[in-house]
Write a protein that binds this ligand. Sequence first.
Ligand SMILES: *Cc1c(COP(=O)(O)O)cnc(C)c1O
Ligand SMILES: [Zn+2]
Length: 501
Amino acid sequence: MKIDDFPNEIAPFLIPEPKGDLVYECLGCSGIYPIKKLLYVCPDCGSVLLITNRKFDELKKTDGATWQKIFDYRRMLNIPALKGIYRYHELIGPNIPIASVIYLGEGHTPVVEANQQLQQKAGARFYYKNDGQNPSASFKDRGMASALSYIKYLIDSKLAENIIAVCASTGDTSAAAALYASYLALEITSAVLLPQGKVTPQQLSQPLGSGARVFEIPGVFDDCMKVVEKLSENYSVALLNSKNSWRILGQESFSYEIAQDFEYDMKDKVVVVPIGNAGNISAVMNGFLKFHMLGIINHLPKIIGVQSEHADPVYQYYLEPDSDKRVFRPVSVKPSVAQAAMIGNPVSMPRVVSITKKYNETAGQQSVFFVQVTEQEIMDWGLLANRNGHIACTQGGECLAGLVGAVREGIITDSECAILDATAHAIKFSGFQDKYYTKTLSDEYRVVSKQELINTPILMMPDNPEKIPAQGKPLGEEDFRVFVDDICRKIARELELSDSK
Ligand SMILES: *Cc1c(COP(=O)(O)O)cnc(C)c1O
Ligand SMILES: [Zn+2]
């Protein structure tokens, strides 16, 4: 729809002008720093930062119902920069002119209700939000669209040039970073550091295909992260890990979309996310908090963060009920099929601690929960989900396992309905499925393949294995007829087909 065709009272709000007063805010010393420079950590105390809008209260001049209308009408506007996460421009990057916004098709991923059988098995009503349907097939594109739009804005404003963007990754951050950087190939060079053998072949092919410099490092993600941090301390590089608070801003869009897709009614809703570096859960909580502060939603949904018992530092931290006695201890990770979340020392831990506290206080009761699941549960629930029409990656399986665990623990009641983050597309992690089916997952995962979930291809050979067609060597007419009849009969027997006559 064209801007002139919108109602007069809403049209002036639809195409946003740069506004607001964004600053980095340190979670350690509360220091405030201007955003004219790319900062990852506090220059004074080294803690992680969040970006806040010092003019946020000005947004309150518009009431919640009007904001809902703005976002709903903006949905109909055909301006590419506002088709992705910047539909929520005022909350994501109010200072970014829409001319600097990079849009590659991210965001607004489908919310798909589970069928009756699967909901019954899980013991709760639920939907998957398919973030694997983002351009690089994971939710990381949300944060990257934000971070790269900000960098483009710096370049356009002559505040930066010749950017070398780097990140460490469990696979999906690097795919997203390389993709978005390659769109700005003239202005940005990207380099990614991956733990050798700890990303899937698909994830490795992604940054290579986007033309990034790819470095494989011995060890696990936490080791890679240390190297990247050292790089960013000693050299002039733009760090694209979720330590970069612009990533968090972009990932808040996940919550805005859920709110909008459920008509802004968050009563009795539960949002389930897997936790790795803990950037995503921080962003998801922050997003709902902001919508709540503006009266766009009246209820905060419950949040459930899920971790595998092979990489569960956040879960361990919250086991202690007394907040004064909690101590964060990094864990040494064991192999996990939820490999994208296999992180023992999450960089966003201070964000989780600070935002969880605020979230529970705002809700007036405990509304954030942490659940631990086994590798077996992750695989079994993920495979079962995909047998019922979903495209969940192993981390999406982890969410469903977490939902089931939360039901078991009484965290979720009958009246509630959950939205699970399928954080990446199933095909990125299909190697784990293959290994489950062929019973070749190494013992360290502690997963036993369940016969009823296994599915493998069946090679169909004719009675005479000499007479088979091959590339460039077709069978003679009669041999080919025999071959087709033979295979046809065998498939019909396998499928127990009945005669059509
Ligand atoms: C990065 C990632 C996670 C973990 O998200 P964090 O923000 O690191 O907690 C989970 N699933 C997938 C598919 C990911 O790529
Ligand atoms: Zn500080």
